[in-house]
Write a protein that binds this ligand. Sequence first.
Ligand SMILES: Cc1cc2nc3c(=O)[nH]c(=O)nc-3n(C[C@H](O)[C@H](O)[C@H](O)COP(=O)(O)OP(=O)(O)OC[C@H]3O[C@@H](n4cnc5c(N)ncnc54)[C@H](O)[C@@H]3O)c2cc1C
Length: 665
Amino acid sequence: MTLNSKIPQGPLKDKWTDYKNKINLVNPANKRHIDVIVVGTGLAGGSASATLAELGYNVKTFCYQDSPRRAHSIAAQGGINAAKNYQGDGDSTYRLFYDTVKGGDYRSREANVYRLAEVSANIIDQCVAQGVPFARDYGGLLDNRSFGGVLVSRTFYAKGQTGQQLLLGAYSAMNRQIARGKIEMFNRHEMLDLVVVDGKARGIIARNLVTGEIERHAAHAVVIASGGYGNVYFLSTNAMGSNATAAWKVHKKGAYFANPCFTQIHPTCIPRSGDYQSKLTLMSESLRNDGRIWVPKSLEDAKAIRDRSKKPTELTEDQRDYFLERRYPAFGNLVPRDVASRAAKERCDAGFGVNATGEAVFLDFAASFERYGQEQAKIHNLVNPTNEKIIELGQKIVEAKYGNLFQMYEKIIDENPYETPMMIYPAVHYTMGGIWVDYNLMTTIPGCYAIGEANFSDHGANRLGASALMQGLADGYFVLPYTIGDYLADDIRTGKISSETPEFDEAEKSVKDRIDFFNNNKGTHSVDYYHKKLGKIMWDKCGMSRNEKELKEAIEEISALRKDFWQNVSVPGSDKQFNEELAKAGRVADFLELGELFAKDALEREESAGGHFREEHQTAEGEAQRRPEFQYVSAWEYKGEPKEALLHKEVLEYENIEVKERSYK
Ligand SMILES: Cc1cc2nc3c(=O)[nH]c(=O)nc-3n(C[C@H](O)[C@H](O)[C@H](O)COP(=O)(O)OP(=O)(O)OC[C@H]3O[C@@H](n4cnc5c(N)ncnc54)[C@H](O)[C@@H]3O)c2cc1C
């Protein structure tokens, strides 16, 4: 098969405008006869559902939580980017586009990213109109902060709860449509298969998670907005429920997957404390605006801190290595996430880690307490304030900006981060890979779309901070509602789609067979037993550093683990009740297939990109020799700015390329 990304002709900056001017539309009266299924109520699915319903389509929306507003997007902390240039610091649509493509190691689809940068400003207007309480400055204007990999302040935020506030906005827009009858909401429903009729996506099979009933839902188009699959690693910053099932089922019905192995490893997470942990917690990247990252300069001090014979606060400035500031002076602590993660891992691997496991670096706010405190003392006309007073004033400012994050850290680690530096370490956070989509956000199955984190399109090998919320809302509010019309314009005379067809029979049967298997298999191991084992293989052999030998081992091990799972898994309870273990069994079964695809992709991708590096050629020189076209991968680390010309090559990796068929059973 040849992938065709359908990128419109013309200069980058005109593509979206020209395309919208010429795209097919469905008139308002005809929209009433068209049904669309949306799987997911996070920022992508919630905004898409509300907008499609507002336009007049009949929308059926599904989520597995008890309410749309508990989608994982609620966890997003730090903020959302938009090229508003409110700070007058040189931002522009082009600069946001440039930063995103560069931050993604030049592996994003440029046309999509330019469109994303263009519509970013609309998102903020839309959300403000909905009443989203973005932070404001003293004069009442919307405030901004900086995120990694950029030299401007373009991130809009609502304390450390930006996702929650944006989701409440999308949810209230949805509720208006639910009340009007334009959205039919299916909470606690899990999509377990896609139904394809005559080559087109025509519906889904869903399970009512409360009663266990298997249901058929038909529509003219299906939109997958099911989020990311970082939990394939077992430990990640994602919500426990986040999973790959919807995306994976769509893949198995014929939709191609792109870049499955590109995972974002976020540098500022609370370090793992032991083998029995089931969740990792993010400390927002926004903390890098004010926190400085360091490890001790000497191995002796690192050891003394690890065995607690020395406190970090006892080390003087010249005994500390602020390694990001040292290596990347232009960006300092705000380098992109992949760069910060790789640098932290490098220091810890070299023996400078600062917690018991040796896998932690410090994130220190002492300098900010002092800087803000001095400023406050001046503002309040305090003459000769004591050092304690200055620190107290500075801490209040930091508390106002990140108080909830500091509180969360203290609850988990039982140390007061106002008194001693936080400890952080890289962790799995986001999946750039996902279902391949064209410029319309349509997968390779006609009528099946993928938006938000579930698709692959915008972030290349590494996503810059605060750009997932931007992409989810851009897709849902401003892109899909246009592009889906181009496809649905051919469906205005199709009439209702029936769910009484052999294709629905077959999909329903395969869903029921799998549930029956889990119900009846009298195995010996829990679902988590397999999930943990998979996660360990993934982190050890397909994590940040990768090599051919271990990737091959990972493929073998995952395959063997999957066979064991299908023989020995044990699922308690029945399928006629709310049964989280049963739901999890299906999700882990899919992770066990996705994990293998992931490892195969990593093996074939003989390059270092984003948060991953191939050990065989980790130096810039090694990489350049091996794949001259990817020299710039290491530009952040070794060569300063990448070559400008590369940014403008319009033919990208994912356009018109031959795709190999793969099999995972
Ligand atoms: C801790 C944390 C903090 C973050 N902070 C930021 C930030 O500050 N800024 C930023 O830009 N990004 C941030 N991100 C990333 C961002 O939150 C996510 O990428 C984004 O919210 C994903 O949105 P989504 O709509 O694509 O998917 P989600 O919000 O994950 O929603 C998925 C939806 O799909 C539904 N679903 C999934 N599978 C099925 C199925 N089989 N059947 C039915 N329903 C299904 C779920 O019920 C849910 O409603 C953060 C991520 C984490 C983990």
